[in-house]
Design a protein around this ligand. Structure first.
Ligand code: NAP
Length: 283
């Protein structure tokens, strides 16, 4: 039986856990509030920002997925959670004389500085220079130099059940100008979990993985397009004197490499994903 530790086992981590359990894997979920883990996941109650190895760290581990979320853009917290937390966890693995078959680190498309609507791939320069982005880039380096076979998965904005912020903003009339187009990228929570599951199963079959994958759907779309579509579905009008989006940055992330590896999103665009959410909210 394969054993996996999902470190930072929240929304995406728990969806991944369920998928791996269905494959017969033993899943350990690490988070501070381990009582919030779904049934059937072996709990590890630990704070990744603390160097001490958790007392209940498993005796055997084959795979680790590192996916905690800072929850707020705070440079110090990013450094402690994404960089030092990752160093702590890799230290626990080494201290336990464990050899990982594969290590997956969840990162973000926020590592890119492109703003002109350019297409971006895994090979594009990742030169975002905010303090938080620099911490993410440093964490990727730690993951890839950790001494185990590893890949980094840069996820775009995650949406899905319970993440209704954009829907609520459009309901209140959020206005996003059409020009210049502000391209946004997203991935449904279930597709993020599905991509991580897919990569772990490739690693299990000793397939060679790339150092980095972009986890995005098929269709980068401008915020104007997404909000206009949503407004039409909701039957609300977007007024150009309404609240405006404060978002900046515009790039188009390609999932070609992930697709070439055999993965396909269940929600290829915002229309399928948000369409389902709008239906569910109506019900
Ligand atoms: N949200 C996005 O749009 C987005 C975009 C790109 C990438 N990502 C990345 O995608 C991954 C999955 O995100 P998600 O949506 O599943 O996040 P989530 O639902 O907020 O889950 C994150 C988990 O991290 C745990 N955590 C936070 N700080 C911790 C600490 N110090 N020690 C141990 N556990 C800690 C939290 O549990 P406790 O509070 O109980 O500790 C929580 O269960 C994250 O790595 C995130 O950075 C997110």
């Amino acid at each position: 039986m394969k054993r996996v530790v999902i470190a930072g086992c929240g929304d995406v981590g728990s969806a991944l856990a369920e998928r791996l359990q269905r494959r017969g894997w033993k899943v350990y979920g690490l988070r501070r509030n381990a009582t919030a883990l779904p049934d059937g996941i072996e709990p590890i109650a630990a704070d990744l920002t603390c160097a001490d190895k958790p007392a209940d760290w498993p005796a055997k581990v084959d795979y680790v997925v590192y996916c905690p979320a800072a929850g707020k853009r705070d440079a110090d917290l990013y450094q402690r959670l994404y960089v030092e937390g990752l160093q702590h966890l890799l230290g626990w693995v080494r201290d336990s004389r464990q050899t990982l078959q594969f290590f997956l680190q969840v990162s973000s498309t926020g590592v890119y500085a492109q703003t002109e609507g350019e297409w971006v791939t895994e090979n594009s320069p990742a030169l975002a220079d905010s303090d938080t982005s620099r911490a993410l880039i440093a964490a990727e380096d730690v993951a890839l130099r950790g001494g185990f076979p590893a890949s980094v998965v840069r996820l775009a904005g995650i949406y899905g059940p319970g993440r209704n912020r954009l829907i609520e903003q459009v309901r209140s009339g959020l206005y996003v100008p059409a020009e210049p187009p502000q391209f946004t990228n997203r991935i449904h929570r279930d597709d993020a979990a599905g991509l991580l599951e897919h990569l772990l199963t490739l690693a299990e079959q000793d397939e060679l993985l790339a150092p980095c994958y972009l986890g995005v759907d098929d269709e980068p779309a401008s915020m104007h397009e997404v909000t206009s579509w949503m407004a039409a579905r909701l039957g609300v009008a977007l007024l150009d004197d309404g609240p405006t989006s404060g978002r900046v940055g515009s790039k188009r992330c390609s999932n070609e490499l992930a697709r070439e590896s055999g993965w396909a999103p269940q929600y290829p665009s915002y229309r399928e994903g948000y369409g389902e959410m709008l239906e569910a909210n109506r019900g």
